[in-house]
Ligand binder design. Sequence first.
Ligand SMILES: Cc1cc2nc3c(=O)[nH]c(=O)nc-3n(C[C@H](O)[C@H](O)[C@H](O)COP(=O)(O)O)c2cc1C
Length: 209
Amino acid sequence: MRVILINGSPNKNGTTNKSLEIIQKRLEKNAIESDIFYLGNKAISGCIGCGYCNKNGKCFIDDKVNEFLDIFEKYDGMIVASPVHFSSPSGFIIPFLDRLFYGKKNAIFRLKPFASIVCARRGGSSSSLDVLNKYGMFAGMIIVSSNYWNMVYGKNDTDIKEDLEGIQTLNVLADNMSYLLRLIESGKKNNIKLPELEDKIYTNFINKK
Ligand SMILES: Cc1cc2nc3c(=O)[nH]c(=O)nc-3n(C[C@H](O)[C@H](O)[C@H](O)COP(=O)(O)O)c2cc1C
């Protein structure tokens, strides 16, 4: 079993990456493999709403989003991590997730475990976590929690070593993710099927006659 860990910070080796390494260590202890997927520090385009992905299963803009779509099949779960920037997730992770989760192609995420974590110096963690969790919920993923909201405090990767509660939150999250993955694996062996996929009903708030 294998989990992909997305580092949504422009800093390849900052607090966010350190948090993912803590999770990775605990996953490894639980015999779960993982890889960190770094988004880089070059601008990532937002979704242009062209609908190309609905016909082609990948994004019209050929970048990290398509790279991720190409490899996700071999992963059983996903953890999205971001620093807090102005009380929101970073300007790298938001456009990446907008394009990754938009359209019919998000069926590949259905009922796989999803968790998000945020790293902040001081404020805006809860609002950022809410934003990230909404992606997994939208795609019918199973949202994994810990013993507190998934947040860690520190300005840099050395700071967070002192956030003992935050580190425990990450470790418990990794344990809970591992447990859920084992349950799903055991369910597959026992021939427990995914619920039937219903055709999505789309409405909007304006009822046109
Ligand atoms: C543009 C920018 C905006 C930030 N906004 C916030 C904020 O709103 N709240 C906060 O607590 N920290 C804020 N920070 C600090 C980072 O969240 C914090 O240093 C984090 O640990 C950095 O993670 P990284 O090393 O993975 O990039 C901001 C940092 C930057 C660069």
